[in-house]
Design a protein around this ligand. Sequence first.
Ligand code: PEP
Length: 280
Amino acid sequence: MEEVYPGRLFPLYANRAVANVSVLLRMDKERKLIVAGNWKSNKTNSEAVALVTDLIRELAAVKEVDVVVCPAFTALSDVSKLVLGSNIRLGAQNLSDSGYGAFTGEIAPGMLRELSVRYVILGHSERRQFQKESDALVAKKAANAHANNLIPIVCVGETLAEREASITEKVVETQVRGSLAGLTAEQVESTVLAYEPVWAIGTGKTATSAQAQEVHAFIRKVLVSMHGEAIARRVRIQYGGSVKGSNARELLQQPDIDGALVGGASLESKGFVEIIKNSI
Ligand code: PEP
């Protein structure tokens, strides 16, 4: 899985104005940026084909970032053929917690593997909210993903009410521990986490880079307590919530922010390309 641990490129840090200790300590960072577009329930097959065709052309030279697109299931097959041989990887937006069988409406891992899907978004706040997905179910799906060579992108994040009640850390810790429960240390290491404050998703309100960094550092601390320093330092943690070209650079320069999960701004190539180019 070549995109999991290649070292993040040094120039990102060389750009930093402040030579504080935590930045210096991060110069050996083993995490490559990962930016994923979550197209949600948008784009017909032909629209998805048009969008990915633009992205392949515009992003052909990008090597510093793992770029992932996550179209609806109906577009995976055609998009898969187009991204083959490009530097764009394919993700799905959900996965069954089982295999093939009598599970109407579910998508089994083998169906995704045949289309060269590498990533699956799990536990997105919209699924937690509207489909009532629990941490336990997310953990089961994450285990199913790993068992089938798919990399889960596990989403966590607090609501506005939870932030205002000052229980962000408690909520996020419960979600991280619950959604990764039962995974081996090796599986956790290759899992991608996405911190997505619910109040910032699709609202135009972005967490400040300081707010986001604070929670990302906290998540890494939780990972240290679960699996030790060496594993925690390798886990990539994306930020998600109204990321766009104008705020991507500052967010992604934070020491514990290793990429972005992008909704709205990934629906047209100009916006998504700008985020990626601004994060290098
Ligand atoms: C998302 O839904 O994962 C997301 C981050 O959406 P947006 O970028 O539109 O806030």
